[in-house]
Design a protein around this ligand. Structure first.
Ligand code: PLP
Length: 377
């Protein structure tokens, strides 16, 4: 199987598994227990926090361990923007951010045909807002947000800036100099599922959403996921160390795949003219149904996605592509390739070889919705 769905999740990096083993085997105690086994578990959490701080270039006090990207987004938004306050977001945020904004006055800033944020509209919306939450890299298209510019606008308006950097981690330097809060998730960078962190700039007070425990300096109660935290720390370290080599390698492979996809008539790459993260290619093949294409590629041994994993299983066109102005039929014709550490040149060659034929076959076949419509009538 050629796995090209890294934006959904990645396999554990061998070094991560190795680092996690002590916490999975021997060290079982509660890090809050005062006895020796408890101290051993506490030492693992403390060491992991140091390792995360080193990988991110921040202080240990600025890190709150969470259960992943979704919880980090929730903690950032609800921890800083009280109910009824105004939150400014982009129209292409991950559902985790939109969900976190429930109960707040949400101003959604649009994007252009390449997925680039309307910065002028953002500037108008910021006065009076409690928080601005704009993702670093889009999970479906890889399009990057101009965080430096956004940060300048937020600062001028006295608005805190949160960025969901779940899809930026391991693919580009993280924007700690721009944002006030950053969400990260372990499983997108070779770490375990169910672990993540929220980086909170020193001095920022945040309301705990999970009160009741003293853990994480009272910012997130609950017994720590020791193995998950250890795995997250190792994954962040590995990602930081390999970034200088891995980002250009993935970009070159992605560009090769993009050239092959664009060689197929009536194809359209989302965010083609925008700066994009190195591993992501979202391309629509007009006349195809994305779900049918995904299934055909799956049968050919190639795993891709039709967009965000959270919305797959439905036949709704991607809200991200619609927000970028794709007409519904084109948004439904899109698939996402997302590359990772395990992606090889030979694998990309194989995808480039089979793709034109798979697209051609999909185009000559009625799509699933047509068949369903046929059986319903
Ligand atoms: N934010 C973005 C941009 C994502 O792509 C994802 C996962 O798809 C999440 C948040 C949620 O992360 P997690 O699966 O760790 O909850």
């Amino acid at each position: 199987m050629i796995y090209l769905d890294a934006n959904a999740t990645t396999p554990l990096h061998p070094a991560v598994l190795q680092a996690m083993m002590p916490a999975l085997e021997g060290v079982f105690a509660n890090p809050s227990s005062v006895h020796k086994p408890g101290q051993d578990a506490r030492a693992l959490v403390d060491r992991a926090r140091e390792q995360c701080a080193r990988a991110l270039g921040c202080s240990e006090r600025e890190i709150v361990f969470t259960s992943g990207g979704t919880e980090s987004d929730l903690l950032a938004v609800r921890g800083l923007a009280p109910e009824g306050s105004r939150v400014v977001v982009s129209s292409v945020e991950h559902p985790a951010v939109f969900g976190a904004c429930e109960g707040r006055e949400v101003v959604r800033i649009g994007v252009d045909g390449d997925g680039l944020l309307d910065v002028a509209a953002l500037a108008n919306a910021l006065p009076g807002a409690a928080l601005c939450s704009i993702m670093a890299a889009n999970n479906e298209t890889g399009v990057l947000s101009p965080l430096e510019e956004i940060a300048g606008l937020c600062r001028r308006n006295g608005v805190l800036l949160h960025t969901d950097a779940v899809q930026a981690a391991g693919k580009m330097p993280l924007p700690l100099e721009h944002a006030d809060l950053i969400s990260l998730s372990a499983h997108k960078i070779g770490g375990p599922k169910g672990a993540g962190l929220l980086w909170i700039r020193n001095g920022l007070a945040l309301r705990a959403l999970q009160p009741g425990g003293h853990q994480e300096r009272g910012r997130r109660g609950g017994t720590e996921n020791v193995a998950g935290i250890v795995g997250l720390a190792e994954a962040l370290s590995v990602a930081a160390a390999s970034l200088p080599e891995e980002a250009p390698r993935l970009a070159a492979l992605r560009d090769r795949l993009q050239a092959a996809a664009e060689g197929i008539p009536r194809s359209r790459v989302a965010g083609r003219n925008a700066p994009r993260v190195c591993n992501t290619l979202n391309v629509a093949f007009e006349g195809c149904d994305g779900e049918t294409l995904l299934t055909a590629l799956d049968l050919a041994g190639i795993a891709v996605s039709t967009g965000s994993a959270c919305s797959s299983g439905t036949l709704e066109p991607s809200p991200v592509l619609l927000a970028m102005g794709h007409p519904p039929h084109l948004a439904r014709a899109a698939i996402r390739f997302s590359l990772w550490r395990g992606t090889t040149p030979a694998q990309i060659d194989e995808v480039c070889r089979v793709l034109p034929d798979v697209v051609e076959r999909c185009r000559s076949r009625p799509d699933r919705r047509e068949r369903w419509r046929g059986s319903a009538s």
